[in-house]
Every structure is written in structure tokens, then in C-alpha cells.
Design a binder for this molecule. Structure first.
Ligand code: M6R
Length: 609
């Protein structure tokens, strides 16, 4: 959600900032801007629209100066040139970019306006830059002014500030919004996401909440907001550049769908103990007895990760024989949940930065539960603040619609289930059987991907529909939710997921010849029931797209379209049944001319509440 990039060094800043912004564009893309600080002169250029729009207008390509760049996902103030970041003070000396929300901006603004400050935009961010200007009257230097201003701010921020009075530095600070400092030779970088700087350096320092950094070309100093020096460790980022490029695919989403056989292998590598019928998850070694003794497990997440959590709940209850609740992280802390020491709370998040999920982590921690992360982004805030956890190792996911992260989350949840189930009495034989089924998944996913053209043809026929219904039962109910979410996100078609049996309690009223109904009908214990549900849809002339294991003549006679997926264990079936739904959503959106990787109004990681 919004991207930040910064550069201080001996090279022209604009090309570096632009490249960084392009890599960050998936985080927010309604406007973009840059600022450069030279002695006595601040250059600011910003533009509504994509980074490419900004690029057309830029003209400071050769200026060697400290610079900051921002790509925005609007919260306060509609997308416009004026509301785009950077924002500047009255004297046009200080420029600031910001991710997050300044919650008390109204009070700050009202006071500063009374004191004579003139505001240009409708954003919360501008209040902060004027407040820094005000604090500079007392402090003299930029760093102290930023610190004094931040003490008065409520809300969340990742900020970068430059000034034409101190053009050799960037001041960065974070509370609730990630920032990474890239360490170079006679140059340093700043970014909200490592993707923006891995072209230049792999050495990074993660800024923690409550820290301020002064970044110059030859030094990086970090302190707390109370001005105490902090010691930081330089870490290595391992992202491969090929992973953050499209590699010949027309969209990141398609690339990420197609990568799934490999990402599933990566999620399982070294973790499936076939001989022992168990899972090895080193990140949970420290909490083994906590897991063994937990009376209750809570899975908290948002969006697609929440859907994965729902599948996890079914698995853990069936095999782990432990009571599990899946919670919307965004609701969790506001409803005063009962969480006790001894409970285990898993936070599931691809980005590891989702503000609501992080808030759920804090709530659970404060109530004494063990908090464990299931994250993709290595070094992300949730991963670092957890007591333990498991990385899903899906590699960078750039497409806003999550695909490969979902299937990897499912596989990791299966491994966690196996571990807990073995602790609680599952036999070695059953464990071995599960391991074998897990290891078969990548090739089964590959077999479904080979059917992409078939699915594309179905997409062509259904692309003009205005509504879709997705139905599934048991393990495939969350898949119905996820399939509907994928379609909504990228094609803007209204879609709803339902437990198939709930259809007759309301949604059936919507069914007519114009309503495509995707029914997930693998050969599991609810198979016969779901055939009845298909019959109910057909009786009302709905169009049925059935996801099946084998072409059963009864379903074939009823369904308008059939998509086959290989058989697997019930609890692993979502890893396979979601694949055709990802492809269906993708091809429908392509055929409707939608912006696949940057769907309207969305951003990849939601770092505001
Ligand atoms: O990074 P997270 O997994 O915490 O993100 C959670 C949701 O914001 C995310 O899954 C969102 O729903 C995606 N756009 C789904 O495709």
C-alpha cells in the first residue's frame, strides 16, 4: 500500500527512483511523484496516474542529489496531482512522502492553519510536513524537527523527508509501515519493499517501529524517537531479480499461477519426512510443547489468507483434533476476543505487513497467547514479531490478486496439521500416507495447468456475465469464496461464494439462465449432495461450470462445462480445485480488457487499517 523509495549518493537520483517506483507500483498506483534536494533548491514533480505518466513529465534526469519517490494508494484525498506525494512545507524547503495514516491530521492542520500555514492538498500527510516545518523553528536541524513532529502524531507511518537546507541526507522513520535501508558503496537507499532496491544492493537494515534513521551517502544512523542510538544488523536479501520480472508472461498473475508446481515444491522442500510420516518445521521447534498442549488454535488473517485459514481450520480440527477458530484479523481486536495463555494464534499473511493482521498479532500477544506467523515475505514485520512460524517460500508475489501464495499457505497449513496430528496420536502409517499425497501435488497442479486453453475457451463464453455464483462444500467451501474473490478483484464481475447447501436458503432466488454457477464437485464425502445442488441450479436454468475429478455421466449430463482436476486426499483438494478458478478469473479479466496486475482500487499489501 503506497511505495517509498529513496537514494543518496553520487549518481543522478531520478533514474534510480524511477526504477524503484516501477518495481513498487504493485503496492499502489493512483499517482506518483519524486522530490530532489539540492543546496537551496527543492525539485518536486508529481502526477496522477501510473509511474509512466510521471516519467513523461520528468526533466531532472541528470541532477545528482538526495531524492525520494512515492507511488500512492489513496486514503485521505482523491487521486490527483495535488494530493500525490511528495508534499512540501510553506517555504518549499522540506519534502515528505508517507505510507500510513496520520489519524489526528485534522487537529494538527487546524492548529497550523491558525498559525499561518497554507495547505495545498486534502491529504493527512501534508499536516506532517507543515508540522516538521513548525518544529524546525525550535530545533534548527531536520532530524530533531522530524522527531519532535512525530511525537505529536497519532496513527501509522513510514516516512522519508528531505530538505534543501540539508541536502545530503534523507530522514526516515517508521511506525506500523515497513521501511528498509539498502547499504551501498558511497551510496545508500531507502525503500518500503526490498524489490525497489535489489538491483543495487542486497545488504539491508530493517527499520523497526519507533525508529528514525539519518541516511547519508556514507553513513546510516538509527535512533529511537526518544533519541537513543540503536544498533542495527546488516542482513542479506535473497530475492532473485528474475522473480520480480514477468519473464515472458503477459502478466505477473499468469506467471504466478504457472509457477505453482515449483512454489509448492519450495513450500515442502526439506519439510516432508516421508519415512517418518511427519513434518519438519524448524521455525516451530521452539514452540513444540506449546503446540502439543494448546487447547485452542486461532487462525487470523485477511482476504485470500483468511480463506487459506478456513481450510486450515477444517484440517486441524479433522486431523489435529484440536478446537480451531478462523478470525478476520480486522474484526479480531475490536470484539474483545477471549484469548488466554496457552492458546496458539497463527497469523497468516503473504506480505507479512497487513495492518489488521499485525494488530491481531499484538492483541493476541498482549493476552498471553503464543503468536506464530505463516508468511511469505522473509523479514516482514509479522514474521519478525512472531514467537515462531513457517515461511511459505512462494517467492515474491507481485500480482495484486494472490494466487501462488494461497496454494503455498494451504500446503504449509497441511504440514502444520501433520505435525500437530502426529503429536496427538495420528499413526505413522497415516502420516506417511499424507506425506505421499503432499508430494504428489506439484505434478497434479501441472496437469491442471496443461488445461489452460480449455479454461480460456470457457472464459470466452462467460466473459459478459454480470454475476457469478461459486458453490462448494466442506474443504471446498473456502475455495468457492476464493474463486469468487479472484473474479471480483480482477474482472469487476460481481461474484459470491457460498456453501453449496446454503444456496437454497436465499441465493437460489438469483438463479436464471444468465447466472453462471461454478460448482466445485470433487469425489469426496459430499459428492452425492453436491450433485443434488447442481440439479437444483439446472432446474432453474443456471449455467453450471463443474470442477470434477472424473467425468461422471451424471454430472456430465447436467453441467454446461466440465473442468477435470486429479484426485487427492479430501483436505488437499483445495490446492487443486482453486487452480482452474484462478485461470478462469484470469482469462475472463483479460477478455474484458481489465488491468490484471493492477486492478482498480486495490493494492498489494494493505498496511492501513
Ligand atoms: O498480505 P496478506 O496475505 O496479509 O494480504 C491479505 C489480503 O489483503 C489479500 O489476500 C487480498 O485479499 C488479495 N488481494 C487477494 O487476492
Amino acid at each position: 500500500m503506497c511505495g517509498i523509495v529513496g537514494y543518496v549518493g553520487n549518481k543522478p537520483a531520478v533514474p534510480i527512483l524511477l526504477e524503484g517506483l516501477k518495481r513498487l507500483e504493485y503496492r499502489g498506483y493512483d499517482s506518483a511523484g519524486i522530490a530532489l534536494a539540492e543546496i537551496g533548491r527543492l525539485i518536486v514533480q508529481k502526477k496522477i496516474g501510473k509511474v509512466s505518466q510521471l516519467e513523461k513529465e520528468l526533466n531532472s534526469f541528470n541532477v545528482v542529489a538526495a531524492g525520494i519517490g512515492h507511488t500512492r494508494w489513496a486514503t485521505h484525498g482523491a487521486p490527483s496531482d495535488i494530493n500525490a506525494h511528495p508534499h512540501t512545507d510553506c517555504k518549499n524547503e522540506i519534502a515528505l512522502i508517507h505510507n500510513g495514516i496520520i489519524e489526528n491530521y485534522n487537529a494538527i492542520r487546524t492548529k497550523l492553519e491558525k498559525d499561518g500555514h497554507v495547505f495545498k492538498s486534502a491529504t493527512d500527510t501534508e499536516a506532517l510536513v507543515h508540522l516538521i516545518e513548525e518544529m524546525k523553528k525550535y530545533s534548527g536541524d531536520l532530524e530533531t524537527a522530524v522527531r519532535l513532529a512525530l511525537r505529536q502524531v497519532e496513527g501509522t507511518y513510514g516516512i522519508a523527508v528531505i530538505s534543501s537546507k540539508e541536502p545530503d541526507k534523507i530522514i526516515a522513520a517508521r511506525k506500523g509501515s515497513p521501511l528498509i535501508i539498502g547499504i551501498g558503496e558511497n551510496e545508500n537507499f531507502l525503500a518500503s519493499d526490498a524489490a525497489a532496491i535489489v538491483d543495487y544492493t542486497r545488504k539491508v537494515v530493517y527499520l523497526e517501529d519507533g525508529e528514525i534513521a539519518v541516511i547519508c551517502k556514507n553513513s546510516v544512523d538509527t535512533k529511537t524517537i526518544d533519541n537513543k542510538t540503536t544498533e542495527k544488523q546488516v542482513e542479506q536479501v535473497t530475492i532473485d531479480l528474475a522473480q520480480i520480472e514477468k519473464g515472458g508472461f503477459s502478466h505477473f498473475m499468469l506467471k504466478e499461477i504457472m509457477e505453482q508446481p515449483e512454489t509448492l515444491r519450495n513450500a515442502m522442500r526439506g519439510r516432508v519426512l516421508l519415512e517418518e510420516g511427519n513434518a519438519k518445521l524448524s521455525g516451530l521447534d521452539g514452540v513444540k510443547s506449546v503446540l502439543e498442549n494448546a487447547q485452542r488454535i486461532i487462525l487470523a488473517a485477511c482476504g485470500t489468507s483468511w480463506h487459506a485459514g478456513l481450510v486450515g481450520e477444517y484440517m486441524l480440527e479433522q486431523y489435529g483434533k484440536v478446537s480451531v477458530e478462523t478470525e478476520y484479523a480486522s474484526e479480531f481486536r475490536y470484539r474483545d476476543p477471549i484469548v488466554k495463555p496457552g492458546d496458539v494464534v497463527f497469523l497468516i499473511s503473504q506480505s507479512g505487513e497487513t495492518a489488521d493482521t499485525l494488530a491481531a498479532l499484538h492483541e493476541a500477544k498482549q493476552k498471553g497467547a503464543a503468536v506464530l506467523g505463516i508468511c511469505n515475505v522473509v523479514g516482514s514485520t509479522i514474521a519478525r514479531e512472531s514467537d515462531g512460524g513457517v515461511y511459505i517460500h512462494a517467492g515474491p508475489e507481485i500480482g495484486v490478486a494472490s494466487t501462488k501464495a494461497f496454494t503455498s499457505q494451504l500446503v504449509v497449513l497441511s504440514l502444520v496439521t501433520l505435525l500437530i496430528a502426529r503429536q496427538r496420536g495420528m499413526s505413522e502409517k497415516e502420516g506417511r500416507n499424507i506425506c505421499a499425497k503432499l508430494l504428489e501435488l506439484p505434478q497434479k497442479v501441472q496437469a491442471i495447468l496443461h488445461r489452460a486453453t480449455e479454461i480460456e475457451k470457457i472464459a470466452e463464453e462467460l466473459k459478459d456475465s454480470s454475476n457469478f455464483l461459486y458453490l462448494g462444500r466442506g474443504y471446498n467451501f473456502p475455495v468457492a469464496l476464493e474463486g469468487a474473490l479472484k473474479l471480483k478483484e480482477i474482472s469487476y464481475i460481481h461474484a459470491e461464494g457460498y456453501p453449496a447447501a446454503e444456496m437454497k436458503h436465499g441465493p437460489i432466488a438469483l438463479i436464471d439462465e444468465n447466472m453462471p454457477v461454478v460448482v466445485i464437485a470433487p469425489k469426496d464425502r459430499t459428492y452425492e449432495k453436491i450433485i443434488s445442488n447442481i440439479q437444483e441450479v439446472k432446474a432453474r436454468h443456471g449455467k453450471v461450470i463443474a470442477i470434477v475429478n472424473e467425468v461422471d455421466p451424471r454430472i456430465a449430463a447436467l453441467a454446461d462445462y466440465l473442468i477435470q482436476v486429479p484426485e487427492t486426499a479430501d483436505f488437499l483438494s483445495p490446492v487443486l480445485t482453486i487452480i482452474p478458478l484462478q485461470l478462469l478469473a484470469y482469462y475472463i479479466a483479460v477478455k474484458r480488457g481489465c488491468n490484471i496486475d493492477q486492478p482498480r482500487n486495490l493494492a498489494k499489501s494493505v498496511t492501513v487499517e
